[in-house]
Design a protein. Structure first.
Length: 166
C-alpha cells in the first residue's frame, strides 16, 4: 500500500506540475480553426445522395465517412464497421449505409460509415481508398495529382564505388 501511494505522489522530470514560472505559447491551433478554406485545394465538388457537398479525398482512410444528415434511414445496410482514429486507442462502431456519389468523376454507388451530425467537418464527405480505387478502376478518374512530387534516385553511389574498384 505504501508503494502505491508513493507512485501517485511521484512527479516525473518534465511533468507540467513541476514546471513553474514558464509562459505557455500556442504553436498551432487546429481545433479552433474557423476558416476551413485551407482544404479547398484537396476537395472536389459533388453530391452525395442528391445533397451538394464537398468531397475530400482522405488517403489515410480505408472506408468513406459521411455525416448522418446526408443519409436516408432506408439506406442503412445493417452492417457495422469498427473505426480507429490515429490519435486514439479506442475503436468506434459506426453503421454502414449505401450512398450514391456524383461528381466530375461520374456516379458511383458504395458504402460509407455514418458518423453523428456533430462531426460534420464543414459539410465534407471523406472519400477513402476503397472508393477511390473503385472510381479509378471503373471510371478512369484519379483523385491524386499525376505529377511527381518527390522522386528519389538511388544507385549513384554504388556506381561510383564500382568505377573506383576497377
Amino acid at each position: 500500500m505504501l508503494s502505491l501511494q508513493y507512485a501517485w505522489t511521484y512527479k516525473k522530470a518534465g511533468c507540467p506540475k513541476l514546471i513553474k514560472n514558464k509562459t505557455t505559447e500556442t504553436l498551432n491551433n487546429i481545433e479552433g480553426n474557423e476558416n476551413p478554406d485551407f482544404l479547398n485545394s484537396y476537395t472536389t465538388k459533388g453530391s452525395v445522395n442528391g445533397h451538394e457537398i464537398d468531397i475530400l479525398r482522405d488517403t489515410g482512410a480505408t472506408i468513406d465517412l459521411v455525416c448522418a444528415k446526408y443519409i436516408n434511414p432506408s439506406s442503412f445496410s445493417g452492417e457495422n464497421v469498427w473505426v480507429k482514429q490515429p490519435l486514439s486507442p479506442e475503436l468506434v462502431c459506426l453503421p454502414l449505409a449505401v450512398v450514391e456519389i456524383s461528381g466530375n468523376f461520374g456516379t458511383v454507388q458504395t458504402k460509407a460509415a455514418v458518423c453523428g451530425n456533430h462531426l460534420n467537418q464543414h459539410g465534407r464527405y471523406l472519400l477513402g481508398n476503397k472508393t477511390a480505387e473503385l472510381i479509378k478502376g471503373n471510371l478512369g478518374y484519379n483523385f491524386l495529382p499525376v505529377e511527381i512530387l518527390n522522386a528519389v534516385k538511388q544507385g549513384l553511389k554504388s556506381k561510383r564505388l564500382e568505377k573506383k574498384g576497377e
